[in-house]
Design a protein. Structure first.
Length: 299
């Protein structure tokens, strides 16, 4: 008796619908029409004999079993992708497609330096980049949406392998009149918590800055409203306070054309650690370690 199994395409449609919660957006993500995606999911439901998605005019709601099957589908799709990864790993290093997530406090400062080197030395590498906060990047890694993440540690990213790249020192930035000119560093204890501007929740740099200072009152008193480091710099340049910036942002010229200066943070742990992380036991581990070496060299 023949056994009919779901196709990878049907599973891809189901996962995309769970990710986007909307048939039109899911179809766009899969590069098909909405009717094609809807028909594929209906075929899957008919094949296994259960309803996976409740459809209304306004809401797409997965059934409990639909959620479980979509989660399983993610694992199946990831395993299928790793079949191709095995073949690529046996061929030339750093070739073929690779999807890398980069957090927003790294992407604008490192990517302009590393991409020309990768294009020059590894022209067969097709690197697809995604900028997103640490939580979304790690979730995407474990769900198979990305292959590796350029991340700042410490951060709980789950069961991953990693390669340390370099330490990224933290600095306090603000008007020179507020920071003072008598020292090249600023002690964490001397930061005025009522004047400190930090990134909003979801950005790990905020947590790294607060942890480096080891002052619980900063978490309660600091203003957390910036959506990007460039936005915060503009607010500080407008006299609204001081902030903390990573060294890579300073080297990239984030304070150019402002009236601000920066002083190194004097604290017990004044740095964050930049690393490349990937899923454990990935067949492309050699590629990731080679990529990490390139990133560290360019820095």
């Amino acid at each position: 008796m023949a056994t009919y199994l779901p196709t990878l395409k049907q599973l891809q449609y189901l996962v995309a619908l769970q990710d986007h919660g909307h048939f039109g957006r899911a179809a766009d993500a899969c590069f098909v029409t909405q009717s094609t995606l809807s028909a594929g999911i209906r075929e899957l439901e008919t094949l296994i004999g259960v309803v996976l998605v409740e459809r209304t005019r306004r809401v797409v709601r997965f059934t409990p079993l639909g959620d479980r099957i979509a989660d399983k589908a993610r694992r199946v799709l990831r395993e299928a992708e790793e079949l191709g990864d095995l073949a690529r790993a046996a061929g030339r290093p750093l070739s073929g497609e690779m999807r890398m997530s980069v957090i927003p406090t790294i992407a604008p400062f490192m990517l302009p330096r590393i991409l020309p080197r990768l294009r020059r030395d590894y022209p067969d590498l097709k690197l697809f980049l995604r900028e997103e906060p640490s939580a979304a990047a790690c979730e995407g890694l474990h769900h198979g949406r990305t292959d590796c993440v350029l991340l700042a540690l410490p951060y709980a990213c789950g069961e991953v392998s990693s390669e340390f790249l370099f330490d990224d020192r933290l600095f306090v930035a603000g008007p020179e009149a507020e920071l003072g000119s008598s020292s090249l560093t600023i002690r964490a204890a001397d930061i005025d918590e009522t004047r400190l501007l930090l990134l909003e929740d979801g950005h790990c740099l905020k947590d790294h800055a607060l942890a480096a200072c080891n002052r619980p009152e900063l978490r309660a008193e600091a203003t957390m409203l910036g959506t990007s480091l460039h936005t915060i710099v503009q607010m500080v340049d407008n006299g609204l306070g001081v902030t903390m910036l990573p060294e890579m942002a300073l080297k990239a010229g984030i304070l150019d054309h402002t009236g601000l200066t920066a002083r190194a943070l004097d604290a017990e742990n004044p740095s964050r650690q930049i690393a490349l992380v990937w899923r454990r036991a990935s067949p492309r581990e050699k590629d990731f370690r080679l990529l990490a070496n390139v990133l560290a060299e360019v820095h």
